[in-house]
Ligand binder design. Structure first.
Ligand code: C2O
Ligand code: CU
Ligand code: CU
Length: 484
């Protein structure tokens, strides 16, 4: 295998961006916890190496019991850094379970601030020691989570990350993410099945995480370095005629990924862990933070094909804008060898249909931003109120299906996310095509709206919905939902 050379232009661009990072707001907790010189640009290593998979922890006989330790000090982009990880890695181990399984996680907090765990996309109870976002695990403490995965849980690609309000952005940006796969779904003609967990981070020359400043927090911070499974611009080797399944997770704190594969077709088969009704070719695949897409790539010729993240404009505010200036290479597909006979994908996939119960109630909720936040910063709110974990914002009758119109009265795009209860998008202000496929994150454009159908038919309990730009969530763009 030949390592992909980093182009001189790209290297210069990265160096230039790195040195331009301004560390405002001084001592972020991560910086203060490390002996960092805070100078110079981070210099990634191992660029172009073959993509690795995080360690896989697989359930057996209906159970997976794991210990996860959240701590600083992981290898990232081929170097020792003071970034954060689970069990010494970012991403942490991939947890793979089956419908009907029990997943037990003993989470130990070796950070300098509280944390907890969220199983993003899993349809499990939000109560007690299941997927409960109100749990707080103090530094040095441990907590026993137990998730009972329903026997009828669809197979799909999900992920886990901390969800302690006020600290989520720092902890995800720091590297605390991991894959969570529900096996195994229909038999597809797949040669290689890969998890591709995309994160972004900004590191200084000493490998310390650069803290976000107030503009970063208002806009939603985007890291200077884009990584796949913690690697910088890795290579995926494949033979022509084979079929690669890529389980892509946008685990970035705020960045929207607009993905494009040069010279080959990107065929989407699932979104947010649910199969589409048919394989769908995507010239550009847009994933908001939190979204997942399973795509199949059946390379046709030999060569090098870059998987690119194009600039994506999330809107602008007070002279600050979002989005890179040019495309960034995430990874490179390298194909070589004789053409193998390929098996086409089935024309129809086993798409899930959510219950068709009539709508029993409609509601409206609005994501907004304004001046007058704490310390003179931006106030991030839902329906004019910042998050209060003790307040019940939406009270929903268990077993009912609701129609929610989610509006955005701000100049930035916000990805709406709700825990536990996935929805289908039935209409949107921008007239986008609706798929009928369940999902759990949907991007609402600046001054836009989306209409959702949400069956609250699986679990009762109290959970949250929020903006998945995690800086916004931490600043208060989150609300509670009580299903009772
Ligand atoms: Cu991935 Cu409430 O989050
Ligand atoms: Cu979630
Ligand atoms: Cu937002």
């Amino acid at each position: 295998m030949t390592p992909a050379p980093i182009s001189r232009r790209r290297a210069l661009a990265l160096g230039g961006l790195g040195t331009a990072v301004v560390v405002a707001g001084a001592t972020g907790w991560i910086a203060s916890a490390t002996a960092s010189t805070g100078t110079g640009a981070f210099d990634p290593s191992g660029t172009g190496a073959e993509l690795l998979q995080p360690p896989l922890l697989d359930s057996r006989d209906g159970r997976l019991a794991v210990e996860l330790t959240a701590a600083a000090g992981v290898r990232l982009a081929g170097r020792d850094t003071s970034a954060l990880g689970f069990n010494g890695g970012s991403p942490g181990p991939t947890l793979r379970v089956r419908p009907g399984d029990e997943l037990a996680v003993l989470l130990t907090n070796r950070l300098v601030q509280p944390t907890n765990l969220h199983t993003h996309g899993l349809r499990v109870s939000p109560q007690a020691n299941s997927d409960n976002p109100f749990v707080s695990i103090e530094p040095g403490a441990s907590f026993d989570y137990l998730y009972r995965i329903p026997a009828d849980h669809p197979a799909g690609t999900h992920w886990y990350h901390p969800h302690h309000h006020g600290m989520v952005a720092d902890q995800l940006f720091g590297g605390l993410v991991g894959g969570l796969i529900v096996d195994r779904g229909p038999d597809l003609p797949i040669t290689t099945d890969r998890l591709m967990l995309v994160t972004d981070i900004t590191l200084d020359g000493a490998g310390a995480v650069v803290p976000a400043n107030s503009t970063d927090r208002a806009m939603g911070r985007e890291g200077r370095l884009l990584l796949v499974n913690g690697q910088h611009q890795p290579t995926l080797s494949a033979a022509p005629g084979t079929a690669e399944r890529w389980r892509i997770v946008n685990a970035c704190t705020s960045r929207v990924l607009a993905l494009r594969l040069e010279g080959q077709q990107l065929v989407q088969i699932a979104q947010d862990g649910s199969f589409l009704s048919r394989p769908t070719r995507r010239d550009t695949l847009v994933l908001a933070p939190g979204n997942r897409a399973d795509v199949v790539v059946q390379p046709t010729g030999t060569g090098r094909f870059a998987l690119l993240a194009d600039p994506y404009d999330r809107g602008s505010m007070m002279g600050s804008s979002t989005g890179d200036t040019g495309p960034t290479t995430l990874a490179t597909l390298i194909t070589s060898g004789p053409l193998r006979a390929s098996t086409p994908l089935p024309a129809v996939l086993p798409a899930e249909t959510l219950p068709t119960t009539p709508i029993s109630r409609t509601r409206q909720t609005d994501f907004n931003m304004g001046m007058g936040g704490m310390g003179g910063g931006m106030a991030m709110s839902i329906d004019g109120r910042t998050f209060d974990p003790s307040r019940d914002d939406q009270i929903v009758a268990f077993g009912s299906t609701e129609e929610w119109t989610v509006t955005n009265t701000s100049p930035l795009a916000h990805p709406f996310h709700i825990h536990v209860w996935p929805f289908t998008v039935t209409a949107a202000g921008d007239g986008r095509a609706t798929t009928g496929t369940p999902q759990d994150v949907v991007l609402i454009p600046p001054r836009g709206w989306v209409r959702l159908r949400i069956p609250f038919t699986t679990f009762a309990g109290r959970s949250v919905y929020h903006c998945h730009i995690l800086d916004h969530e931490d600043a208060g763009m989150m609300a509670t939902v009580v299903v009772t």
